[in-house]
Design a protein around this ligand. Structure first.
Ligand code: SF4
Length: 299
């Protein structure tokens, strides 16, 4: 085959793959929105855009879905400029203007506050995110937003579950929808079903003007980095494992865990009535049995 033909073939293959990726991303986001009733008719959704690949992709996909949705909702993009040294503050306004989406840039120098309060060498992320959260909730109220959309994805949610187990001794993940701690906002994560690797490919394809997240000089949270690496290693060695773990978060069986607040172990009574679908205490390893639960295909 000539070089020109080879190139044409390659371009055709690439276009096919991107089309597949686009369909998957839009389907997964639409599915998460529907499964958790994230966006309703008349909603004004404030999309938090940081300049990272995930929030760019979130806004991009929501704008596309808005055009074809059977319901009517508004989108407003919001960026919090935290005054980190070297933050290119022209990038997001230019990009958002180009999209034609309503937007608001909130200027708040949380960088100086965090620098002043956190000793050198200590991680600043926890205070920084707390300040950011409070500001964004306030802005949502001022803009009249009914939902606040964040760009966390499937892998963030699994990592959080593992980090809470490893370092916090609790089984707690990152929900796709929640009421904020100030009680005033509904926070949604429409990328809940989306794999991070897909977002990386989408960001490269769409050429988002990514703003690096290292401007504050904070070290990456080592525990999160290690957990992410562990999950990526597992996925490479055992393809499908991450999807299964993710699906497990939606298939919880309280009677087979140990939380006395979730299941009344202490007052358990016999029923005297056989139940073929009931619990069996003496079976071989339950986990080895073929799964009988419905697992939503992620791809
Ligand atoms: S990486 Fe920097 S900007 Fe991001 S949460 Fe941590 S301290 Fe804040």
């Amino acid at each position: 085959m000539s070089a020109v033909l080879e190139q044409a073939e390659e371009a055709k293959k690439e276009a096919f793959e991107i089309n597949k990726l686009s369909k998957r991303l839009h389907r997964q986001v639409g599915q998460a929105i529907a499964d958790f009733n994230m966006i309703e008719d008349g909603d004004k959704v404030m999309v938090c855009v940081s300049g990272g690949k995930d929030s760019y992709a979130l806004l991009d996909i929501l704008l596309n879905l808005q055009k074809r949705a059977p319901i009517s909702f508004e989108l407003v993009a919001v960026n919090l400029d935290q005054k980190q040294p070297g933050f290119p503050d022209h990038v997001l306004p230019e990009y958002l203007k180009g999209l034609g989406v309503p937007f608001h840039i909130e200027n708040q120098d949380t960088y100086s506050i965090v620098k002043r309060l956190i000793p050198e060498g200590k991680t600043m992320c926890s205070l920084c995110s707390r300040l950011r959260r409070g500001i964004l909730y306030r802005v949502a109220g001022e803009l009249g937003a009914t939902k606040v959309a964040l760009g966390h994805h499937r892998d963030d949610m699994i990592q959080t579950l593992f980090m809470n187990m490893f370092f916090g001794s609790r089984m707690k993940g990152m929900p796709p929808k929640l009421v904020s701690d100030d009680g005033k906002n509904i926070v949604i994560r429409p990328l809940a079903y989306v794999a991070e690797t897909d977002l990386e490919r989408w960001a490269a394809h769409r050429e988002f003007p990514i703003i690096p997240c290292t401007l504050c000089g904070s070290q990456d949270n080592l525990q999160r980095v290690q957990t992410k690496q562990m999950l990526r290693d597992w996925e490479q060695r055992f393809p499908g494992r991450v999807d299964n773990m993710f699906n497990a978060m939606a298939n919880v069986v309280p009677s087979h865990l140990m939380d006395r607040n979730l299941y009344p172990f202490t007052t358990l009574q016999t029923t005297g009535v056989p139940d073929s679908a009931g619990d069996r205490a003496f079976d071989e390893d339950d986990c080895a049995a073929p799964a009988t639960i419905a697992i939503r295909p992620q791809r």
